[in-house]
Design a protein. Structure first.
Length: 119
């Protein structure tokens, strides 16, 4: 059973930084991609960044390029999202998700962690 547990959310002022962590367990993730999504109140859940577990190839949505960095520590089975220069519009619940690359969709989700950026 795959488990994804996020941590690191909180309240920060605009311009500040947070680092989210996602501890993954339950299987070997070498054929997986890991993603960070976010959902603001009244909006859909959208992808923010993703990374392939084996090679570390990363993808970012345009709105976070240059501010957010996704990384993974394969020894700790943990994925990180370093968020710098945070803006009020980054306020959302952030979710970690896992996708078996061959399936093409995210099958496993964490419970989410709240990020609130005050102006």
């Amino acid at each position: 059973q795959v488990q994804l547990v996020e941590s690191g959310g909180g309240l920060v002022q605009a311009g500040g930084s947070l680092r989210l962590s996602c501890a993954a367990s339950g299987r070997t993730f070498s054929r997986y991609a890991m993603g960070w999504f976010r959902q603001a109140p009244g909006k859909e859940r959208d992808i923010v960044a993703a990374i392939t577990w084996s090679r570390g190839n990363a993808y970012y949505v345009d709105s976070v390029k240059g501010r957010f960095t996704i990384s993974r520590d394969t020894a700790k089975n943990t994925v990180y999202l370093q968020m710098n220069s945070l803006k009020p519009e980054d306020t959302a619940v952030y979710y970690c998700a896992a996708q078996k690359i061959i399936n093409g969709k995210y099958d496993y989700w964490g419970q989410g962690t709240q990020v609130t950026v005050s102006s």
